[in-house]
Design a protein around this ligand. Structure first.
Ligand code: SAH
Length: 436
């Protein structure tokens, strides 16, 4: 694992993790990551302010948007603009139910009011720079540029029975996992609530317009498995979850049960999430059952160990009644040993958990590659033999750099070519074992 250690420092240095040894604590641990952002109910001016991202850097805050605000915040915002409160409900209906953010379409509003409210509360946040598709157009990846030039990606995946949007929660990521493209590039900044919601909105609008093969449709699932560590941007992510799941027209009306928040294992934030009383699915990116290896693959493990992370996960499962997804990227000769499968089975047997084995999406320039299929099959068998539900994730979108982080990285010439990330599909067809 010496080579793994050598791969780590760039991200660590950038996040301040190296100095404090507490990646994520200043953010997720205290829930303050989003305090400077356009947050729920904030009666801002709509002007750009500063936002916390990587420590020591000051960035300009994204403009305030309707989707940053809860319903009370929206009413307060329109009242401040000299309009009656019900205008907020009209705007909400247009954005969250009719899926339009073009004031010209809002013909139930007087023209001057449209222009004023649209300008103040529906500023453009993300501009599509590139769109790539594969699987006959049913997997579509978008590279977005934010108002400040930050890049993020989202992926729409249409299956026969559902449509999943994989969204980014941060531009870049500070968690520095050495096998992950985004982790190599470091953190640029947290996304605002509305920037997260805008990714789902865009997919929902494409589907509603019939632009995705398969006819008009809806987004049924959202997974926070794009760029970034969602629980390190706790406040904005939580507000985004509410906007995504609140019934229309307050929100997009997607079931909480169909939303997955994936984390490296920021224990205080998992506990905070547990206390929210939501029924979203929690995914934990474990990747190793032992601290020695996990310290390298998921560096935040140096702060919160496997046992602590799983304790928090089991408490989440107990509180919500929902199985926790354990994500495990299969890396040849690194974490795919039979004894590690047995160790993992020992940790998970009898728990409310499901393992997703993800063939590593090998990264250009890295020595690491996906496990040999026979080795991966044995790993799966060993878990299944102990009664641990396990599936192998389908890897959609590898042809289009489905590979989150890769597109954004190649759009930033100043940055070194980072590693490629796995295509971030939600679960794929079950090969063996139980479905979750
Ligand atoms: N930061 C969050 C969510 C984003 S990553 C987290 O770590 O959970 C979504 C999933 O893709 C995580 O399980 C992550 O470990 C995995 N992943 C990242 N790079 C990968 C790669 N090259 N191959 C396979 N899986 C990868």
């Amino acid at each position: 694992m010496a080579e793994a250690i050598e791969l780590l420092p760039p991200g660590l240095a950038e996040t301040g993790f190296a100095e404090t040894g507490q990646a994520g604590t200043g953010q997720a641990g205290t829930g303050q990551a989003g305090t400077a952002q356009a947050g729920t109910g904030q009666a801002g001016t709509g002007q750009a302010g500063t936002v916390r991202g990587a420590p020591g850097k000051r960035q300009v805050r994204p403009p305030r948007h309707l989707a940053d605000l809860d319903q009370a915040g929206r009413r307060a915002a329109v009242t401040e603009l000299g309009q009656p409160g019900y205008r907020a409900d009209q705007l909400s209906r247009h954005y969250f139910a009719r899926l339009t953010d073009d004031p010209a379409d809002m013909t139930d509003l007087p023209a001057d009011v449209r222009a004023e409210l649209g300008g103040a509360l529906l500023p453009p946040l993300l501009t599509a720079l590139r769109e790539l598709e594969c699987d006959g157009g049913t997997t579509r990846k978008t590279l977005w540029r934010a108002f400040d030039g930050a890049y993020v990606e989202s992926v729409l995946m249409r299956y026969p029975d559902r449509v999943t949007m994989c969204v980014s929660s941060q531009a870049g990521c500070g968690m520095a996992c050495p096998f992950c493209a985004t982790g190599q590039a470091g953190l640029t900044r947290n996304l605002s609530t509305a920037e997260i919601v805008a990714q789902v909105f865009a997919g929902a609008r494409e589907l509603a317009a019939g632009a995705v093969p398969g006819g008009p449709g809806r987004v049924s699932n959202v997974v926070f498995m794009g760029m970034g560590e969602p629980l390190a941007n706790y406040r904005s992510v939580l507000a985004a979850v509410r906007r995504i799941t609140d019934p229309a027209p307050a929100g997009l009306g997607i079931s909480q049960r169909s939303v997955t928040v994936s984390t490296v294992g920021l224990v205080p934030a998992i506990r905070k999430l547990t206390a929210e009383g939501l029924s979203v699915r929690l995914a934990v990116s474990l990747h190793a059952p032992d601290d020695e290896l996990r310290d390298e693959l998921v560096p935040v493990n140096r702060r919160w160990k496997v046992a602590e992370v799983l304790d928090a996960a089991w408490d989440y499962a107990a509180a919500t009644g929902r199985r926790v997804s354990i994500e495990y990227a299969m890396i040849r000769d690194i974490n795919d040993h039979a004894w590690r499968a047995d160790r993992l089975a020992g940790l998970l047997a009898g728990r409310l958990a499901h393992v997703n084995l993800i063939p590593l999406n090998p990264t250009p320039g890295s020595k690491w590659t996906a496990s040999d299929p026979a080795v991966a099959a044995e790993f799966l068998d060993r878990l299944a033999a102990r009664g641990v539900p396990v599936t192998v994730r389908d890897t959609r979108g590898t042809q289009i750099d489905g590979a989150c982080g890769q597109l954004a990285a190649s759009a930033v010439p100043a940055r070194p070519e980072p590693a490629q990330r796995a295509s971030v599909t939600d679960r794929g067809p079950t090969t063996r074992g139980h479905d979750r």
